[in-house]
Design a binder for this molecule. Structure first.
Ligand SMILES: Cc1ncc(COP(=O)(O)O)c(C=O)c1O
Length: 393
């Protein structure tokens, strides 16, 4: 019997929501239906809301301190959900996963260094590399048996003394791959052999469908010494607005370097509400996470069937995890310029533009299914209807 209702529509317009209130500015029309920014239209778990209410009732919002019990809740979550054990001393913080990646760029690389991305890649990865005076070195994903896979031979060829850091996305945004253990073992073997430092962004690790399994990269032999793992309650429990993320760094020397950046920018301070919400989420909300992922799996199945049947010239690989899916619209003759125009002007929907993820995204769009089934259906109907109306289908 389901305990939570993910079918409930919650009005988010005029609530300072980036996804709902920034469409006028970004897409030129505030009245589109949004399937872009990666948050979900669901309320956060009631246990999290209650914990925040409790804190507010007390009413004093001064400087917080991290409680042992919070760190234990993180260690325990990773152990129970992902079979990954690490010491409490491996836990540190970031105001967001992207911020934490930027601190690592500062800590371990120098201006002019190359940083590798497996493209197409989440747009802020490019921004934090380029604005830090480093440069993006692309290791594009390859196509194999109808899905995206890593090009490890290509990766090996890119490595030099000034290009040995990889921002790794697992599960992968935007291609929705949950890397298999076998694929990760091959990456790990290369990383150990060639001394690669891996910034493993596992923010989507809890959102994995029943036909896939996430493996934390740091659990593989030799990887705890060369991996920073980024996790957060932000995607799993829809808490991105609380800017509270976790970085797990089992190697003490890497930890020291990371912390030196936090000290330099005086960023060790944390958000009082974020801490309260995180501990409630990791201790009380496993059932909510399970139900939410099952609901998203239903959305995955719905979207897959819809694309197959109603947009036959579009292609979407079978999404294995995340709630952001990568759709190839090139079969309709669209490119990186005409597709966003069509989606906004003809279909009246806001999807992320493929080109923002790199040149590999030409003719692609990223669809966020983290919403009610009804709203997902409405967005897909709008696209199919516009394809029919314009004679493309
Ligand atoms: C792979 C990935 N990393 C990081 C983020 C954002 O993390 P944060 O808001 O904690 O910076 C997202 C959000 O969509 C993401 O998909």
């Amino acid at each position: 019997m389901a305990k939570y209702n993910f079918d409930e529509y919650i009005e988010r317009r005029n609530t300072s929501s980036m996804k709902w209130d920034l469409m006028g500015e970004r897409f030129g029309d505030p009245d589109l239906l949004p399937y872009w920014v990666a948050d979900m239209d669901f309320k956060s778990p009631p246990e999290v809301i209650e914990a925040i209410e409790e804190k507010l009732k007390h009413g004093v919002l001064g400087y917080p301190v991290v409680k042992e019990s919070l760190i234990e809740s993180i260690v325990n979550w990773e152990k129970v959900r992902h079979g990954w054990s690490f010491d409490k001393s491996a836990v540190t913080w970031a105001p967001g996963v992207v911020g934490g990646l930027a601190f690592a760029i500062e800590a371990y690389t120098k201006p002019g260094d190359g940083i590798i991305l497996q493209t197409p890649a989440y747009p802020p990865f490019y921004e934090i590399i380029e604005t830090a005076g480093r440069h993006v070195v692309k290791n594009p994903l390859k196509r194999e048996n109808g899905r995206f896979v890593m090009d490890l031979d290509g990766l090996e060829k890119l490595l030099t003394p000034t290009c040995r850091t990889l921002i790794f996305c697992s599960p992968h945004n935007p291609v929705s791959r949950v890397w298999t253990k076998d694929e990760l073992e091959k990456l790990a073997e290369l990383a150990v052999r060639k001394d690669i430092l891996i910034l493993s962004d596992e923010i989507h690790q809890d959102i994995v469908f029943s036909d896939a399994k996430h493996t934390c990269l740091a659990t593989l032999p030799g990887m705890d010494k060369r991996t920073l793992t980024y996790i957060a309650p932000s995607k799993t429990f829809n808490l991105a607005g609380l800017s509270s993320s976790v970085v797990v760094i089992p190697d003490s020397s890497l930890m020291e370097q990371y912390k030196s950046v936090l000290v330099r920018f005086h960023l060790s301070r944390l958000n009082a509400m974020g801490l309260v919400a995180m501990e409630a989420a990791y201790t009380k909300c496993a059932d909510w996470a399970d139900e939410m992922v099952a609901y998203l799996e239903g959305n995955r199945d719905y979207a897959e069937k819809f694309v197959r049947e109603r947009m036959p010239k579009a292609k979407m690989d079978h999404p294995e995890g995340t709630y952001i899916f990568w759709i190839d619209f090139r079969g309709y003759g669209f490119d990186g310029k005409t597709l966003p125009e069509f989606l906004a002007k003809e279909a009246k929907v806001a999807l992320n533009k493929g080109l923002d993820f790199g040149s590999e995204g030409d003719g692609f769009a990223r669809l966020n299914v983290g919403t009610t089934r009804k709203q997902l259906a409405e967005g897909l109907e709008r696209i199919a209807e516009a394809l029919n109306r314009t004679g493309k289908n």
